[in-house]
Design a protein around this ligand. Structure first.
Ligand code: C5P
Length: 310
């Protein structure tokens, strides 16, 4: 395929996510852990603009410290563009621009959203016309959370988190997110969980290599009742994340004292997600946390996955 397939720029928006439930099982030989998780896409977005170019290049806007986001092949969006070009036999390039709103290394899948958005943007720009199934296959090769950023909504993830099934979720859930300036490394948090389990002797019981999301979590999503979902929120990585960052536990307690129904660390952290009873409750929680010097954001979910805008 030649590089002259299309000439207009393409703008794609992809959401960040919260894991409303995250169960972590044993570690496979490839280092990845067995997961049973429920993702919910929330209204905090990454924007990716793809422009025609002979070579591959990337600029990133919206980050305080540019050194935290690589611009070369370590960047998932760049890898996504090159993987798609190879899969579609496309011999041109792309100039990618990422406008970030999802916190970097925040446990909300911002890098995965960039990769999903880059796949959709380059597919449209180059006119590659790959099937949705093929795009999902490429997404799974890029990272465990990338298929969900394509999919959006609310979904159950099993395997390494990349095997998705839509979950029925009624209504809209209101969340207050507390972000951190300092990110947490996902591999480091999984490594800490393994170490803590080893100390506990839990590894002697062989954590399972296949696990399920508990039924009450799915029932709560189906009912659309925030109170029910609040009592089902759970994250197996939370203890490990709090071990690295004890202040996260205090942030959750603070949010609950301010009126949130419940809170968890999102994914591998350090973002804290506080579930609220409704929009007004969320605004009250946000104000209280802001007064305490934190940086809370009010978002809602579920929202759609990576989509062309404009
Ligand atoms: O797939 P992704 O690049 O998002 O994963 C980042 C890291 O998180 C992996 O290198 C691995 O250390 C850890 N991880 C894991 N098990 C999973 C997903 C991620 O151990 N199912």
């Amino acid at each position: 395929m030649s590089q002259a397939s299309s000439s207009a720029s393409v703008h794609v928006r992809a959401p960040g996510k919260i894991n409303v439930y995250l169960g972590v099982g044993g570690r496979h030989d490839d280092g990845y852990h067995a997961l049973a998780t429920v993702f919910q896409a929330v209204s905090l977005y990454e924007d990716v603009i793809a422009r025609p170019a002979a070579d591959f290049s990337l600029v990133v806007r919206g980050v305080d410290d540019p050194s935290t986001v690589p611009l070369d092949d370590r960047n998932l969006a760049m890898r996504a563009a090159k993987l798609l070009a190879a899969a579609a036999d496309f011999d041109g390039g792309v100039a990618l621009e990422i406008r970030k709103s999802v916190p970097v290394a925040g446990g909300m899948g911002g890098g995965s959203a960039d990769a999903a958005a880059a796949l959709v943007a380059c597919d449209a720009l180059w006119g590659t016309g790959l099937s949705t199934a093929r795009l999902h296959e490429l997404a799974a090769r890029l990272g465990a959370d990338v298929p969900f950023a394509l999919h959006g909504g609310t979904a159950v993830g099993t395997g390494r988190g990349d095997r998705l099934n839509p979950a029925l979720a009624r209504g809209r859930f209101e969340w207050v997110l507390v972000t951190s300036d300092e990110g947490l490394s996902t591999p480091a948090v999984y490594g800490r969980l393994d170490a803590l389990r080893e100390e506990d002797g839990a590894l002697a019981d062989d954590p399972p290599l296949s696990l399920d999301v508990p039924i009450p979590v799915l029932q709560a999503l189906r009912s659309g009742d925030a109170g029910d979902l609040a009592s089902s929120l759970h994250n197996d990585l939370q203890t490990a994340a709090v071990h690295e960052r004890p202040d996260l536990e205090r942030t959750i307690e603070h949010g609950i004292r301010a009126g949130a129904l419940h809170g968890i660390v999102s994914g591998s952290g350090p973002t804290v997600a506080l579930l609220c009873a409704g929009p007004e409750n969320a605004q009250d929680v946000q104000s209280a946390l802001r007064e305490a010097g934190l940086d809370p954001l009010h978002v809602h979910g579920p929202v759609p996955g990576a989509r062309i805008v404009g």
